[in-house]
Ligand binder design. Sequence first.
Ligand SMILES: [Zn+2]
Length: 200
Amino acid sequence: MRRRRAALAALAVTHALQSTPHRLPPLAASSLALDEATTLPFGPARDAAAMAIALDEARAAASRGEVPVGAVVVDDTTGTIIARAGNAVEASHDATAHAELRAMRAAAQFVENWRLQDATLYCTLEPCVVCLGAAYAFRIPSVVYGAPDHRMGAAGSWLDLPSETHPFHSLNIRGGVRADESAQLLKDFFRDRRKAGPRM
Ligand SMILES: [Zn+2]
C-alpha cells in the first residue's frame, strides 16, 4: 500500500493523446509540479471533472477515426486519475478494444494489482456487456457513465447486468453525467462518417 501511495504521489499528468492506453509517467525531475488536473476534487464536482477528461479521450478517439468513447479510472482514495484511454477498435482490429476495458487494464498495470477495489471507472458511454463484465472481474466498485447506449448498453439499455445479484461483488453504477456532450460527439461522428460515404 505504501508503495502504491508513493507511486500515486509521483504521478504527472499528460494530455498527450496517444492511441494506446497509457500509464501516467512518473514525475520527471524537470517537471514543475503535479498538474492539478490529475487530482480531481472530491464530492459531486468530481463527476464532471473526471468526465471532462473522458470526453477529451473520446474526442481524441474520433480524430483517429475511432467511435468517440473515452474512459478514465480514478483512485478514490486520492482522487487521482490513474489511467485514461479511448476506443481503439479500428487501430487494433479488436472489437473489444473499448475505452473502458483499455482504461481498466492500464489502471491495473499501474497499481500492479488487478483488484481495483478503490477505483471508479468513468466512461462517456454506457458500458457494453464485455466492459461491464470486466468491471466485475477487476472488482471495480463504482462505474459512472455519460450517455446511454441503446444498442450495446449493459446497464439497462440492452441488458441490465447490475440488476442481477452477484454472489460476492456489488457494483454501483449510474449514468447521465455530461450525457448530452457524449451523445453529441457520437452523433457528429456518425453523421460525418455517413457523409464520407461507404466504408471500404
Ligand atoms: Zn465495451
